[in-house]
Design a protein around this ligand. Structure first.
Ligand code: GRF
Length: 208
């Protein structure tokens, strides 16, 4: 496959980075054969994901919001790096920050996110605890396009998991994580192959 047909992807992360690493290892193993991960952006000082990304051989930038006078200025700095690297799409992978208009306008329908619940249930922080507290018997993960509202844009893919009465927040976090990785890789593969078409709130997958 010629280089030019690869989707140049930036990954945004804030912490541990297991989704980011799952994406990078899927690229290495050939499961994400149409993706070229060109940059990792992290908004937290010394987050573990920075070191992991560098070890995996991807340039990793720490860009701290507190060093900018506004969100717009912060996002414009990020944008200048994205342009320099000719980034075409962004995967949020545990990026604990709402994406603002500057980035959304620069990448319309080109930013995706993973969330550990079946949206629209349990958006925001601690989705697994919300699921336990509510007492749901089924939860899951959602990959969706990003818009200006938190955990809100059109759904690309969802997978579900039964919740047992013995589950705790911790056990659910642990059991959902492999499902997050699997679902994100499948969704990113669809994106990179140009299989996803947004029609209103719906994402239509065309056959490969
Ligand atoms: C994941 O559960 C992700 O869905 C959520 O934040 C967590 C990040 O985990 N948005 P990791 O940094 O990818 O390990």
């Amino acid at each position: 496959m010629p280089e030019s047909s690869l989707l140049r992807l930036a990954i945004f992360a804030s912490g541990r980075g297991s989704n980011a690493m799952a994406i990078l290892s899927a690229v290495r193993s050939g499961k994400l054969s149409r993706i070229d991960p060109v940059l990792l952006v992290c908004d937290r000082e010394n987050a573990p994901v920075l070191e992991k990304a560098r070890e995996a051989g991807i340039p990793a930038l720490q860009i701290l919001p507190k060093e900018f006078s506004s969100k717009d200025e912060y996002e414009r700095r990020i944008l200048s790096h994205l342009r320099e690297k000719k980034v075409e799409a962004i995967a949020l992978a545990g990026y604990m920050r709402l994406v603002g208009p500057s980035l959304i306008e620069a990448y319309p329908d080109r930013i995706v996110n993973i969330h550990p619940s079946l949206l629209p249930a349990f958006p925001g922080l601690h989705a697994q605890k919300q699921a336990i507290d509510y007492g749901v018997r089924v939860t899951g993960v959602t990959v969706h396009f990003v818009d200006l509202q938190m955990d809100h844009g059109p759904v690309i893919l969802q997978k579900c998991l039964s919740v047992s009465p013995e589950d705790t927040e911790e056990s659910l976090v642990e059991r959902l994580l492999p499902l997050e990785h699997e679902t994100y890789i499948e969704a990113l593969d669809g994106l990179s192959r140009g299989l996803l078409k947004i029609s209103g709130r719906r994402v239509v997958w065309r056959p490969d």
